[in-house]
Design a protein around this ligand. Structure first.
Ligand SMILES: Cc1cc2nc3c(=O)[nH]c(=O)nc-3n(C[C@H](O)[C@H](O)[C@H](O)COP(=O)(O)OP(=O)(O)OC[C@H]3O[C@@H](n4cnc5c(N)ncnc54)[C@H](O)[C@@H]3O)c2cc1C
Length: 592
């Protein structure tokens, strides 16, 4: 069975050597010194290794059941959930006014990767609750905040997000669920939502559904959508769960992965709902939840790559097959371990260089979110908004690919359930689909984010890279192996953006046909930038006489690999983009 050990050392490197967190001018960061973050990450790692990881296969095998209207989670989930709550993990970055610990988002992003790597399906219950908490925190009335937030911070009550209906997923303007105003100010919610994660379960006292619905007579399409709080049990005046609301689980979906999470069909039969935010401004309110959720899903994609790689690495060192082409490395044994073979090395280096680059990208983005929330920094907000579809699309696509590579290291054993590698691949697959399928992320990036704010965030990003390269090109190794490749890739990204600007105006298909490549091109440039930053930090640690020389030398070697072997994908993407829409749109639908 697979095991999991939290990558605390690598996280510490990103937090302190690269981002230099505790010296950043962000309120709350002054407390995040090395000892403090090490203590939190190690504790998160301990409960993950000891409690959550062993339940991962249990959740996969047992799944969730629906018995007489009651949803039952797999054996051990409830006890683990109680332990998670009692440890205070659910409110790590929540507002102290409602019982949270008020720690920066950066820290909960790091612990999020750890927890999800151990058990992604399990972590979705508190994950969705956190998203719902954020939406109520940002858009709720004082009364709504007082009623729901303290219980959601502790996960005594969990949360869900209800957008999808059978006939509409991406195109939410087609939504049919309706909300009829009542004399007492509440609404009567009627309709069916499908695929609702953590829709119901037996681990909390109440479930607070956030439901998108249309108020009859409102504007057509997406402009007529409003957001409602619909509790499973209507909350009484003394703030305890009371009468059962008219919401029920119609079915639990059978699915490819994340079996431990309850993916529910939810039926609303005139359920009592309360408007959250303003009428017809539901998408705005929901986006608070979705942007946060998208970085969370990006970290899920990374997390599955992380745990799959850890196990593949151990297997590659243990499994004896064949001899090294350059001479036996294990002459006393019947064969050499897999890790001697260059092709296995290639696979492991692809995984390692992606994972460490993606981790830095995720944590850097989380620090931008803190900067935007805690300092009111508009530039950071613009940058993170631009990065959100890149994070979600690129990290989940590549994260999934890495789980496949890890599975391949096991040969046939990777395909056999007993080894547990197939679960990582199956679980990772959903991250490419939910929270907006990745094709739609690419559309968002090219259609909205690139030109948002007059293109200022994109320009700021290019400028940041340019000045970083300028400031770090004195060292010959850094210049040749990091700064020059980054400069080339950044130019390719700008070339693609320019192509969209010039051609997209004339024919939007020119931009949309290249949008997916653009998302990946952008992702590679971001990881290239992260690797260049990590290389500078590693070099500086070595020059400063750091003790753990192997760690920093390995960092540099892994970075050189990314720049030499992964970043050149940018040239392919830009060639595909500038070939335009014609090759993509050439066939009539009938000729496919
Ligand atoms: C396990 C699971 C859990 C989920 N959890 C939740 C949840 O908690 N809450 C919730 O509300 N929903 C949830 N979903 C729903 C999920 O978010 C949707 O499935 C997803 O947004 C896609 O919608 P769809 O399935 O209707 O696909 P469609 O919208 O029909 O899209 C089909 C394909 O077409 C592409 N496409 C669609 N429109 C365009 C376009 N304009 N241009 C280019 N390509 C396009 C998409 O990228 C996609 O690949 C979950 C789904 C699953 C499977």
């Amino acid at each position: 069975m697979p095991t999991f050990t939290a990558p605390v050392k690598d996280m510490q490197f990103v937090l302190h050597d690269v981002l230099q967190t505790s010296t950043q001018d962000v309120p709350g960061y002054e407390d995040l010194d090395r000892d403090f973050t090490a203590a939190i990450l190690e504790e998160a790692g301990k409960i993950s290794t000891d409690v959550f990881a062993p339940l991962n296969a249990v959740g996969d095998q047992q799944g969730v059941t629906l018995e007489n209207g009651v949803v039952r989670t797999p054996e051990g989930f409830k006890a683990a959930f109680d332990q998670f709550r009692e440890g205070g993990w659910t409110g790590l970055d929540c507002d102290p006014e409602y019982g949270g610990q008020g720690l920066p988002y950066l820290l909960s992003t790091a612990t999020g990767e750890i927890f999800s790597a151990a058990n992604m399906a399990f972590m979705m219950y508190p994950g969705l609750t956190h998203g719902a908490y954020s939406a109520i925190h940002a858009h709720g009335s004082d009364e709504q905040k007082q009623t729901y937030l303290p219980k959601m911070v502790t996960c005594e009550w969990t949360g869900t997000m209800n957008l999808t209906e059978p006939h509409c997923g991406t195109d939410l303007g087609l939504m049919r669920t309706k909300a009829e105003p009542q004399d007492d100010g509440s609404y009567k919610i009627t309709g069916q939502k499908i695929f609702i994660s953590a829709g119901d379960h037996d681990m909390s006292d109440n479930v607070i559904h956030l439901v998108l619905a249309k108020i009859p007579g409102g504007p057509e399409g997406i402009k007529g959508v409003s957001l409602f709080i619909v509790p499973k049990f209507i909350v009484k005046d003394d703030n305890t769960p009371g009468e059962r609301n008219a919401v029920s689980v119609g079915k639990i979906e059978e699915k490819m992965g994340i079996h431990g999470n309850a993916t529910c069909v939810m039926n609303y039969d005139g359920a009592v709902g309360y408007l959250l935010g303003e009428e017809h401004k539901g998408m705005r309110a929901m986006f608070t939840m979705m942007n946060e959720a998208r970085l969370g899903v990006a970290m899920q994609g990374l997390s599955q790559a992380t745990v799959a790689y850890e196990n593949a690495l151990a297997y590659a060192k243990d499994r004896l097959q064949g001899r090294a082409i350059t001479g036996a490395e294990n002459p006393d044994g019947p064969a050499d371990p897999l890790i001697v073979h260059p092709d296995i090395r290639r696979s492991l280096m692809d995984q390692k260089s992606f994972i460490e680059g993606a981790r830095a990208f995720g944590l850097w983005s989380a620090s931008l979110i803190d900067r935007s929330h805690r300092n009111g920094d508009a530039e950071a907000e613009g940058l993170v908004s631009l990065m959100t579809p890149v994070l979600k699309g690129f990290l989940t696509d590549q994260g999934f690919d890495m789980t496949v590579l890890a599975q391949q290291v096991y040969g046939g054993h990777g395909y056999i359930e007993e080894w547990g590698m197939s679960q990582f691949t199956r679980d990772a697959r959903i991250t490419m689909i939910y929270e907006g399928a990745n094709g739609v992320q690419a559309l968002d990036l090219v259609g909205r984010k690139l030109a948002a704010g007059g293109g200022k965030p994109a320009m700021a990003f290019f400028e940041e890279i340019k000045s970083f390269i300028k400031a770090n090109s004195d060292d010959e190794d850094l210049k040749a192996n990091f700064m020059e490749p980054l400069k080339t890739a950044s130019k390719q990204l700008q070339e693609a953006a320019m192509f969209f600007m010039q051609q997209g105006m004339k024919n939007p298909n020119e931009a949309l046909a290249g949008s997916y490549d653009f998302m990946h091109l952008f992702g590679h440039v971001c990881l290239g930038y992260m690797w260049a930053r990590m290389a500078v930090a590693a070099k500086s640690a070595l020059d400063g006489g750091a003790e753990d020389r192997d760690f920093y030398e390995s960092k540099l070697a892994t970075g050189r690999y990314y720049m030499a072997r992964r970043l050149p994908a940018c040239a392919m993407h830009v060639a595909r983009i500038t070939s335009g829409a014609a090759p993509v749109m050439a066939l009539d639908a009938a000729n496919f």
